[in-house]
Structures are given as structure tokens and as C-alpha cells.
Ligand binder design. Structure first.
Ligand code: GLA
Length: 397
């Protein structure tokens, strides 16, 4: 299945881990509607690992745990579909899922059939306990082909954490998104480490198959399955903004039934979501002005990025209406300096001879900054915070 924009939704894993059941899924679906998440575009409701019985039935089919899902999976699909939501499930390319439940190796076509019968719309496909005798790309092709022939449109969400050079082959498999990192935890260091690693692979992103930086921890506040220290409001805001800028699928991981106002205001920031969902789906690029990068230096990943300011990346992304999204993400532990917050037009592809300048609209506080002398001075950006703008090209007078 080909997608033009990164999928948006909610997934059980980050908060609930093994503690999932039918009631939770239906309540989460209701909450997504009542809180405005669905209206903002989040439409996939995904049941992650630990939904099945430990053994297949006598026909080799996966069996939903009847204690957790007494009416089976089609019942959940119907509930979601009646409310305009889509249904996601989870399996794995190995013998077992990451939590030790039956997985799809040598059952790919049977399982794709079950998912189609249950009217599933999305399959997250993990990589634990995989056979070492079969190449990674072949394992994902086996399920990609099975899904493409199952008689239903099922979005294939590959989750091999970027290992075995996933980026080189993932687009061959039919996947619409690929996990380009290991698992996120609810802490600042986890967010920062993922962000810095993902800045090095952003050119693999794009239409049809998006880099998946893992599910959001916004609003977890240290609670739940991957809850650690929790983060500040500013850190969650940066996390959301950066994932959006990088075209990552945005899968909410907090308990949507009890979001506080700050959490909701982050997750439903329409202007940030519009950057993520821009129909052109272009990759972001570095716009830090004090880094000189002649085109001929663009070598393989690490050589290319070694001089880049991974502590204070400034990203720009061309949008479909001619605007430019611009974001400064302060991943360092100190206030950004004037050098780190000044952008020259040449990095954005805007010549002085154009007679144009840029007017920047801050997407978190509404402030408007106008560039002067072909230079944007963003001003202050504290540690662990971000400044995110939509820049309009306007007449210079
Ligand atoms: C892996 C994945 C996680 C989650 C768990 C479930 O760790 O990367 O996102 O799906 O498995 O066991």
C-alpha cells in the first residue's frame, strides 16, 4: 500500500505493554474522538504485542487471547470502522514476537489471511527471534507479498529498528514506514539520542515509505511500560516538533483517556501537524549557516554528517505552497548562541536578487519574525527547547 503522508495514530505499547484488552481499545478509540485527536488526523488504533495465545490453533492460525479479547478482533475492527478509525495489529518476522508470543515466520500467508478476515488496516511487523538463515530483506518481502495478496489494503509497518541496513532494501518490500531506530523510552536522553541518530538517515525518507522514529512519549510523564524519568513540557514539545519535521509517522503512546491539557495542546497543534502531513512530503535538510558543506563533500552518511551541528540542528523543509518550515532544535544542555540561532538565506535557496524576504510565524507562540539583511535571527532558544516556524516568502520592501 502506497501512502503519501506519514501515518498518524495511537499504539498500546508505550503505556500499556502487556496490559491490553478489548475495553481499553474501545475506550481509547472513544477518547481519540472526544479529545479531538481524530479530527486532528490521528486515525490508526494499533494493538501491539501480547494480544495472542501462546499457541496457534489446530489449523495453524493465530488466536486472540479470549480473556483479553472476548469478542475477537473483527469485533474491534467493526467498532473502529463505525467511528471512522482504522485498525492496526502486530506480528513479527521471527519464530516469536519480542515478548515471546507466536510470530509469523513460515506462517506469513496464513497470518495475512487472518488479518484480512479480521479487517485489519495496518500491520506492525517486528524483528525479534528471526531465523538467521534467511536474509532480512527476504523476511520482510515474504510478509509484504502476502499482505499485497491478502485481498485487503493493509499498511505494512516494518519494525527492524534500522538493523541489517534496513534503509537499503526496505522500499523493495512494500513497507509504508520503517523503524529506523531502536525503542524509545520516556526520557530526555532517549529523545535526544534518537534525534541525533536519525538526523543521519533523513535522506532515506519520502513518499511511500517514511522513516519511523518510534512512537511518541509525549504526555507519558514517566508512567507506563516505557516510562522512565518523564520529560518537561518543552522537551515533549521539541520531541513532537522534531518527529513531525522529520516526516516520522506520529503514533501517540500516552494514555489518551487521561491526557492533560498541555499534552493535548502539543499533540493537536495543527500547524505542526501540517508540516508533517504536507502533501509534497519532502525531506528536511540542514540549514545551519555556519557550517560550510560543499556538495562534493556529500559522501556516505558518517563522512557527510561528521561536521554537522547535531547539538543544535536547524532544519528546513520546503512545503507544497512555497512556504518553508524552519525549526531550531536545541538538543544541547545550554542556551543556543547567536551563531547557532542565525540563518542566512543562502542555506534556504533564496537569492538576494529575488527581491523577496521571509516572514516567520512561530508555531508555538504566534510571534512573527521578519528577516533583515538576508539573515534570520531567531533570538533565544533555551536548552532542550525548540523554535519552529512557517516561513512565508514576501516582498522585501
Ligand atoms: C520491540 C518493538 C517495540 C514493541 C515491542 C513489543 O521492542 O521495537 O516497538 O513492539 O517489541 O514486544
Amino acid at each position: 500500500m502506497f501512502v503519501n503522508t506519514p501515518p498518524l495514530g495511537w499504539n498500546t505499547w508505550n503505556t500499556f505493554g502487556a496490559n491490553i484488552n478489548e475495553e481499553l481499545i474501545l475506550q481509547a478509540a472513544d477518547a481519540m474522538i472526544e479529545t479531538g485527536l481524530k479530527d486532528a488526523g490521528y486515525n490508526y488504533v494499533v494493538i501491539d504485542d501480547i494480544w495472542a495465545l501462546k499457541e496457534r490453533d489446530q489449523n495453524g492460525r493465530l488466536v486472540p487471547d479470549p480473556q483479553k479479547f472476548p469478542h475477537g478482533m473483527k469485533y474491534i475492527a467493526d467498532y473502529l470502522h463505525q467511528r471512522g478509525l482504522k485498525f492496526g495489529m502486530y506480528s513479527c518476522a521471527g519464530y516469536l514476537t519480542c515478548a515471546g508470543y507466536p510470530a509469523s515466520f513460515e506462517h506469513e500467508w496464513d497470518d495475512a489471511k487472518s488479518f484480512a478476515e479480521w479487517e485489519v488496516d495496518f500491520l506492525k511487523y517486528d524483528y525479534c527471534f528471526h531465523p538467521v538463515s534467511v536474509r532480512a530483506d527476504i523476511l520482510y518481502k515474504r510478509m509484504g507479498l502476502a499482505l499485497a495478496n491478502c485481498g485487503r489494503d493493509i499498511l505494512f509497518s516494518a519494525c527492524s529498528w534500522g538493523s541489517d541496513h534496513t534503509r537499503r532494501w526496505i522500499k523493495e518490500t512494500g513497507a509504508s514506514m520503517w523503524r529506523s531506530t531502536g525503542d524509545i523510552m520516556d526520557s530526555w536522553t532517549s529523545i535526544r539520542d534518537i534525534a541525533q541518530s536519525q538526523l543521519k538517515v533523513m535522506e532515506y525518507n519520502g513518499h511511500g515509505c517514511f522513516n519511523d522514529m518510534d512512537m511518541l512519549v509525549v504526555g507519558m510523564n514517566g508512567q507506563g511500560n516505557v516510562g522512565l524519568t518523564g520529560c518537561t513540557y518543552e522537551e515533549y514539545r521539541l520531541h513532537f516538533s522534531l518527529w513531525a519535521f522529520m516526516n516520522s509517522p506520529l503514533m501517540i503512546g500516552c494514555d489518551v483517556r487521561q491526557m492533560d491539557d498541555q499534552t493535548r495542546s502539543i499533540l493537536t497543534n495543527r500547524e505542526i501537524l501540517a508540516i508533517n502531513q504536507d502533501p509534497d512530503g519532502r525531506s528536511p535538510f540542514f540549514a545551519n549557516s555556519h557550517v560550510f558543506t560543499p556538495a562534493e563533500n556529500r559522501g556516505p552518511d558518517d563522512a557527510f554528517y561528521k561536521d554537522y551541528p547535531l547539538d543544535t540542528p536547524i532544519l528546513a523543509k520546503y512545503l507544497s505552497n512555497g512556504d518553508i518550515a524552519i525549526g531550531l532544535f536545541n538538543l544541547s544542555d545550554t542556551e543556543a548562541s547567536m551563531w547557532q540561532t542565525t540563518i542566512t538565506f543562502d542555506m534556504l535557496g533564496l537569492p538576494a536578487t529575488s527581491g523577496k524576504t521571509l516572514e516567520l510565524h512561530d508555531l508555538w507562540n504566534g510571534e512573527v519574525i521578519r528577516a533583515v539583511n538576508g539573515v534570520i535571527q531567531i533570538g533565544s532558544c533555551p536548552a532542550h527547547d525548540c523554535r519552529v516556524f512557517r516561513a512565508k516568502v514576501v516582498d522585501a520592501d
